[in-house]
Design a protein around this ligand. Sequence first.
Ligand SMILES: [Zn+2]
Length: 357
Amino acid sequence: MTEDGAPAEVWQRISDAGISLLRIPTPFQVGRVNTYLLEDEPLTLIDSGPNSGKALDELERQLEALGHGIEELELVAVTHQHIDHLGLVDIVAKRSGAEVAALDQLAPFLENFGADAERDDAEAASLMRRHGISEEVVSALRQVTGSFRAWGSRAEVTRPLHDGEVLELRDRRLEVQHRPGHSPSDTLLWDSDRSLLIAGDHLIKHISSNPLISRPLDGSGGRTQALVVYLESLKRTRELPAEIVLSGHGEPITNHVTLIDERFAMHQRRAQKLYGLIVEEPRTGHELAQALWGDVAVTQAFLTLSEVIGHVDLLVNAGYVREIEDGDVLRYEATSDAPADQLGDLIPGGNPVLSRG
Ligand SMILES: [Zn+2]
């Protein structure tokens, strides 16, 4: 197995670990999703691809090329709650009788997929209104996400995974690590014997994982500070002596510490840029997104708002910015007139290079 970018010896190590990559098409901008077959006992599939005939055909064809049928699968593990990763889990589990493993806190969401996804959309809509996005865009986006939901599916979790436990297969021990941020349920599988981390979308080589604002998994209302939570998770991943990281999209990562440091620096810069815009005048989240990216496609409205709010959370937490009520919307106002390039480290302990400087 070879692929542009990653050296042949990396692919050799992955293959020696009994792991094969299956790249399943999705209808989303992100392109194909990576699923992984672990030749082990039980025969295990990590993630499944979205719920579509095309994805199912591809999954079948690629499994066949590896000498297996869907019917042979014995365990399907889910890395997180996004539909490009879990849409086919139910079909695969029903056809094979495989166990379904997922983070314990994710199980209720998977079992109530339709209703919980609907509640997510309702929360997202009120958040968007609160941050100044027009009703027109909010309702257009709700239609889009409503139709996207068909690529997801409910699934019954028969093997709940607890943070810190070890999932034992015949040939490997995978430590379960709950590292929320990209989504509230991001779950890593750490093979310390092989220094190999299966990371889902927690860390992706060619794109920074968008910390999407979501409802907490425990069903409580409000929102989590998704980027703050994500950066805390990244700090913990940075400490792992991982030599190979297998992601939910794109190529294997062999330099995760460097990559994570680049991400910290990028988030610091982006927060500073937003601070500069807020110092000019108080702005809503939507106005900040427009100032950064112009008029974005309707489908990107929530994504870019999540990006903005995540970074402004860093500024609010550090005391440089405060929220002010303006009618029905929330505006951000600077509490300092320090120049943007002289803000302190907004990600404490996150980036050794920045903290030394
Ligand atoms: Zn994904």
